[in-house]
Design a protein around this ligand. Structure first.
Ligand code: SAM
Length: 279
């Protein structure tokens, strides 16, 4: 018997049907529809406007792949900015680095943050309450426009996809990346999640070209996320350090020296990122 199901958007005309075990929240915020549910095979999950954002079963693959390449490329990331990341998992990964003394997370939707705090502890694991963390409820575009130059060593853009809700679209543009560039320190590193280059190649290429037009070094990589139904793309931009020069053994040493434990990411995974190609 087909019980309650969720239709997870994948491409323009492709979806995945997932069986819901328990529905915790269905809420329309000022910005998006928020669902928090227990999904068979994936566990506790956050869904925004019909797109899966994080599931307990595989979010670590996404968040470790999003956060750690940029954090290990920078030799001493102390001040880190996350834009988006409402469920607190990118923040959790950033705070693992013992170099970090100031992690600012800016999300436009207070309801996502408050509902995540309440229902998604297995995902945020208390990151919101770390004394180094500062949570700001604001449009990331406005925050960046008002931020001082050279404020952050690493900036992580963990936004909804560039082709889903309208609220994030302006944060995938050349103009926005130029502002990110100035808010970064002279040796700063930025990374953005960029959805699927397979199902939305046109949109993805626009984002890639936008990053490429601003940063000296650009690395694109992707990783399969079972609950997304596609390989999720990431685009890293670096002002000074060449991401192709990072060696696996150096990455593992950096993670060890910074007391960073991971379930998925390591030096050899990074090799698969840089030589894995994009499709
Ligand atoms: N892991 C997800 C993925 O792979 O697509 C993204 C994580 S997170 C849930 C996406 C967050 O971006 C949401 O909490 C949403 O509120 C936030 N967001 C969207 N547009 C934003 C904006 N303009 N400024 C700040 N946060 C924004």
């Amino acid at each position: 018997m087909l019980g309650v199901t969720i239709i997870q958007g994948i491409g323009r005309s492709s979806s995945m049907i997932m069986k819901i075990k328990e529905l915790h929240v269905v809420h329309k915020s000022k910005f998006q529809e928020i669902i928090i549910a227990e999904i068979e095979e994936f566990g506790l999950s956050l869904i925004l406007d019909g797109y899966i954002q994080s599931t307990q079963a595989d979010e670590f693959i996404y968040h470790e792949s999003l956060v750690h390449p940029s954090m290990v490329l920078h030799p001493n990331p102390m001040k880190v900015l996350i834009i988006g990341g409402g469920e607190g998992a990118a923040l959790r990964e950033v705070l693992k680095h013992n170099t970090v003394n100031n992690a600012v997370m800016v999300d436009i939707d207070e309801d996502v943050v408050e509902l995540s705090k309440k229902y998604l502890y297995p995902i945020h694991q208390g990151s919101f309450f770390d004394k180094r963390a500062k949570i700001v409820i604001e449009d990331g575009k406005k925050f960046i426009e008002e931020a001082e130059s050279g404020s952050f060593d690493v900036i992580i853009l963990d936004l909804t996809d560039p082709y889903s809700s309208d609220i994030a679209k302006q944060l995938y543009t050349t103009d926005f990346y130029r502002k990110i560039y100035s808010v970064l320190t002279d040796d700063g590193v930025m990374v953005t999640q960029a959805g699927s280059s397979f199902f939305y190649r046109d949109v993805y290429m626009d984002v890639y070209q936008a990053v490429k037009s601003v940063f000296n070094y650009v690395l694109e990589y992707q990783v399969w996320i079972p609950s997304f139904g596609y390989s999720c793309n990431f685009i890293l931009g670096s002002k000074k350090y060449n991401p192709m020069m990072l060696k696996p053994e150096d990455i593992d040493t950096i993670l060890k020296n910074r007391n960073v434990t991971t379930k998925f990411f390591n030096g050899y995974k990074y090799l698969s990122f840089i030589y894995g190609g994009i499709y």
